[in-house]
Design a protein around this ligand. Structure first.
Ligand SMILES: [Zn+2]
Length: 235
């Protein structure tokens, strides 16, 4: 689904207004210059640390740990009506994707789908907005809405045990049989926590014929953190 009216206002008119009315950086409070119209100054963007390498999951990586400013930026973009931030976030994800070699031999980019109710309420899918920026920067096509969340898949109750929530998340996605036949897919999401969501999407994509599914996210939470260090400076 495309961005709705208020989001377009944010993306196109907000930068113009910011030229006329200087706005402070959301991180350090310094006033933004004419080339820093993305809510945060370049110094604050540079403070975002790259994530650690996870040797147990070489086919997935995160641009950054989900903490501090990286967490704040995602919350701004996702819940506080700042979708213009998804593009610079996606560009950082694409940069780390190149550094790690995760982009080699890919055919297309797909996004973890939102539930239809959430999409209706918010007007956009954060994962898809990130995927659009990643796909554009990597020069890959962005998959359509073939991968979807089951409409009548009941969300687990809060009291459901952890294993029940995991199983529910892993069976919540579906894609038409053969739609991703022999495609090597880069799956995009905003947060990686336990990995249940990405596992569910990966299963649906493989069942639809995909030959490889790699996962790239903006932030990895502590629960999903692991392993050592990248063999160099990612960015
Ligand atoms: Zn700043």
């Amino acid at each position: 689904m495309r961005l709705n009216g208020p989001c377009l206002f944010r993306i196109w008119l907000y930068p113009v207004l910011a030229l006329v009315v200087p706005t402070p950086c959301g991180g350090c409070g310094d006033y933004l210059g004419p080339r820093q119209l993305l809510g945060y100054c370049s110094g604050c963007w540079d403070l975002i640390q790259p994530d650690r390498y996870d040797p147990q999951h070489p086919l997935q990586c995160a641009a950054t740990p989900y903490a501090g400013l990286a967490r704040e930026i995602l919350l701004e973009a996702k819940f506080r009506g700042r979708p213009e931030l998804f593009r610079p976030m996606g560009l950082r994800m694409a940069a780390i994707c190149r550094f790690t070699g995760l982009d080699r031999g890919l055919d297309l980019v797909a996004a973890v789908p939102s539930h239809p109710f959430t999409l209706f309420r918010r007007g956009y899918n954060p994962a898809r907005e990130l995927a659009r920026a990643v796909a554009g920067d990597l020069g890959l096509p962005l998959a359509g809405p073939a991968l979807r969340r089951k409409f009548l898949h009941l969300a687990p109750l809060k009291k459901a045990d952890r294993e029940g929530r995991r199983l529910a998340a892993e069976s919540a996605f579906v894609a038409p049989r053969g739609r991703f036949r022999r495609r090597r897919v880069l799956l995009i999401d905003d947060i990686l926590t336990t990995g249940s969501t990405s596992r569910g999407c990966r299963s649906a994509l493989l069942a639809a014929g995909a030959s490889t599914v790699r996962v790239l996210v903006w932030g990895r939470t502590q629960a999903g953190a692991a392993g050592g260090r990248w063999p160099g400076r990612p960015l």
